[in-house]
Ligand binder design. Structure first.
Ligand code: ARG
Length: 464
């Protein structure tokens, strides 16, 4: 005889013990308890609203569910793998607590629309939490950009010195990357915030339900249009994890730069001791492990995108149990993002800049060669010819071990007679950044304007 399962009526044998542990998801999905209870309370209230439950029955169910929430929060709830998942654990406990009336909660509902609803409610909160964490890092970046609006560093392409930039400008590039991440998540939130409840197993239900009513109680924007799609769709989870992977890719790129900058070969930056670790063999080492770990953790979120796409690609409509496997990638993406953002904020907050070394590096590698070419163009030379002439001047600098700004006027004029003594204004790295004085440019004045615009785009720091 089968026993102990809410669905055991048509079964004659008990579940094999290997199947029991194989199919149980409660260890993971118990994390959804608050959303499961909120969804059940709204469902019960809707059933009372349309007279499928009496007000008294609804009241008992709501009270019972609230008591269960307190039990879980007090750590007094006995989760059981035999009851498979968070949904059946809570329902069984409800019946336990309030008796027969508890058996009426599942009227007009299935675990299929229930779990899809829970996951959407969970993700809605997760998106809000991640967006707040992103904004926290963005505020820090703006502070750094403000402080370092005039700090000069080499700008690289191909990791070769390209043109001088301001460190503030560099921080604002990171800011933009995070701004897109926050936007992407917010855009995804719109598609997350659609309510599956009412789809029941797949076809809807024969009770006179009011889905708008439930949606309103749960703050959903609307009920899902199609009952099959409502239970089968996990696009919102894929999108969310996709946005998470892009965010983690950004953090990984920032961390890669931090790893380079802290290498003694660069020496641009020193991280706080609290955010570094030592070596068990080399006493001199101070390693940027935190940055490396964030870079490493981006790999697992990339994996989660692949896992979810693969999970969904061969599923016929409507619900299939495969979907239970969506939890681990989703939960781990949330955890990884929140942990990474939090430690990243600490990491960049601990950064000490070696401004002298940065300035010195900004002067190496003929970083003002483009400025000299632009100067020649302003004096009437065609850009291609100017490029060629400056190339030859650089060659001479390489052969004689000097930067452009260290060459004598006569020496420069030997390459082009249009060069005058005003050329030295453009040959300094300070002059070079100052000249890039347009929207999106690296000039300190533009960095300050960009910061002012960025501040307006950001939500205020929570708690201020
Ligand atoms: N634990 C299941 C999940 O996460 C709940 C839905 C189960 N539905 C079913 N028909 N077996 O997807």
């Amino acid at each position: 005889m089968a026993k102990d399962k809410p669905w055991s009526g048509r079964f004659t044998e008990s579940t094999d013990s290997t199947v029991e542990s194989f199919s149980a998801s409660v260890d993971l999905d118990r994390r959804l308890y608050a959303y499961d209870i909120a969804g059940s309370i709204a469902h019960a209230k809707m059933l009372a609203h349309v007279n499928v439950l009496t007000l008294k029955e609804c009241g008992a169910i709501v009270k019972g569910l609230e008591a269960i929430r307190s039990e879980i929060e007090a750590g007094q709830f006995a989760w059981s793998a035999e009851l498979e998942d968070v949904h059946m654990n809570i329902e069984a406990r409800l019946i336990d607590r309030i008796g027969e009336v508890g058996k009426k909660l599942h009227t007009g509902r299935s675990r299929n629309d229930q779990v899809a609803t829970d996951l959407r409610l969970y993700l809605r909160d997760a998106i809000d939490a991640v967006r707040a964490a992103i904004a926290g890092v963005q505020h820090l970046l703006l502070e750094m950009a403000e402080r370092e609006a005039e700090t000069l560093v080499p700008g690289f392409t191909h990791m070769q010195v390209a043109q001088p930039i301001t460190f503030g400008h560099h921080m604002l590039a990171w800011f933009e990357m995070l701004a897109r991440d926050a936007d992407r998540l917010q855009d995804c939130r719109g598609r997350v915030n659609i309510m599956p409840l009412g789809a029941a197993a797949l076809a809807g239900t024969s009770y006179p339900i009011d889905r708008e009513y439930t949606a309103k109680l749960l703050d959903f924007d609307a009920p899902a249009e199609n009952s099959l799609d409502a239970v089968a769709d996990r696009d919102f989870a894929i999108e969310f994890v996709g946005a998470a992977a892009i965010l983690m890719m950004h953090l990984s790129r920032f961390c890669e730069e931090i790893v380079l900058w802290t290498s003694p070969a660069f020496g641009f930056v020193e991280l706080g001791d609290a955010f570094c670790t030592g070596s068990s063999i080399m006493p001199q080492k101070k390693n940027p492990d935190v940055a490396e770990l964030i870079r490493g953790k981006s790999a697992r979120v990339n994996g989660h995108v692949t896992a979810l796409l693969t999970l969904m690609k061969a599923q016929p409509l409507a619900y299939n149990r495969d979907n239970q496997e969506d939890k681990q990638p989703v939960f781990d993406s949330v955890d990884t993002m929140l942990a990474s953002l939090s430690v990243f904020a600490g990491l960049i907050g601990s950064m000490q800049l070696n401004r002298e070394i940065m300035l010195d590096a900004a002067r190496q590698g003929f970083p003002t060669a483009t400025d000299l070419a632009d100067y020649l163009v302003r004096k009437g030379v065609a850009f291609r010819d100017a490029h060629e002439t400056v190339g030859r001047i650089v060659r001479r600098g390489l052969d004689t071990g000097r930067d452009l700004s260290q060459m004598k006027l006569d020496e420069l004029r030997a390459f082009s007679s249009v060069i005058g003594d005003d050329v030295y204004e453009v040959l300094t790295v300070e002059g070079s950044v100052k000249a890039r004085d347009h929207v999106g440019g690296t000039a300190p004045a533009q960095v300050r304007k960009a910061i002012a615009r960025a501040r307006k785009r950001l939500p205020p720091v929570p708690g201020t």
